[in-house]
Ligand binder design. Sequence first.
Ligand code: G
Ligand code: G
Ligand code: MN
Ligand code: NA
Length: 254
Amino acid sequence: VELRNDLQRALEQEQLEVFYQPMVESRTGKIRGSEALIRWHHPVRGLMSPIQFIPLAEDTGQIIELGRWVLQQACRDAVRLLGLGYRDHRISVNVSPVQLRQAGFVDLVTETLRQTGLAPELLDLEIVESAILYDTEQVVDRLRKLRELGVGIAIDDFGTGFSSLSYLKIMPVTKIKIDRAFIKDVISNRSDAAITQGILSMAHHLSLDVVAEGVETNAHAAFLRKNNCQLLQGYLFARPMPFQNMLEFLTTQA
Ligand code: G
Ligand code: G
Ligand code: MN
Ligand code: NA
C-alpha cells in the first residue's frame, strides 16, 4: 500500500525518468536505435529498477498511467533526436500485457504519435510472449491495427516464455529480441549456441529483424556477427542511461 501511494506521487511529482540503452548494428558498429527503460527516483529508496515496481503497477492498474507517460516521453525524446539529425534512430518502448488488454490502447498510440509528431515507422513496441495469453483475439487485432499505422512490434525476452511458437503465425511481429539468458554462455554452452543459431535462422526465414540482448563481451558480439544477428544490445556498448548521456554517447559515435 505504501509503495502504491508513493507511485501515485511519483507520477504527479516527476520522480520518474526514462533511461535509454542503445542498439548497435553488428556489421558497422553504428547505433540504430535505443530502448526506453523506466527508472524511479524514489525520495527514500533511491534509484529504483522497474522490476521493483512494474509488477505492483500492473496489479494496481497504475501501469496504464505509467505506460502512457513512458510512451509520450519516449516519443518526445525520439523527436528531439530527429531534430538533432539522427534521422533513422528507432525508439523501442516496453508495453505491459495489461496495457494491451485496454480497448483504448491503439487510440493512445495514434494520439501520442500525432501529438509528438513522431513517424510511426520509428517506433517499436516491445511485448512479451504472454501478452496474447488472455483476450487473444482482441490483443492480436490491436497489434494488427498498430502495424497498419506503421508501428513495429518486437517480441521481448524471446524464447523464455512458455508459449508455443505458433503465435508467430498469428501475431504481426516485425522483430525478435533474443533473451539474454541465451547469450550469457553462448560461447561455452553448446545448447545456448544452438538455440541462438536456431532463433537467428528462423527469424531470417520469417524476414524478421533480430536483436540480441545482454551482449557483454567482444566474444558475444563476434559470435553474433558471424551468425548474422543484425542488432546487438548490452553492457558491452552501454548501460541504460539518461537521455542527456545518450546524446553525448551518440556524438562520440558520429
Ligand atoms: O531497465 P531494466 O533492464 O532494469 O528493466 C527490467 C525490466 O523492466 C525489463 O523486463 C523491462 O522490459 C521492464 N521495463 C523497463 N521499462 C519498462 C516500461 O516502461 N514499461 C514496462 N511495461 N516494462 C518496463
Ligand atoms: O526485459 P527487457 O529486455 O526489457 O530487460 C532489459 C533489462 O536488461 C534492463 O534491466 C537492462 O538494464 C538489462 N540489461 C541490458 N543489457 C544488459 C547486459 O548486457 N547484461 C545484463 N545482465 N543485463 C542487461
Ligand atoms: Mn525490453
Ligand atoms: Na529481455
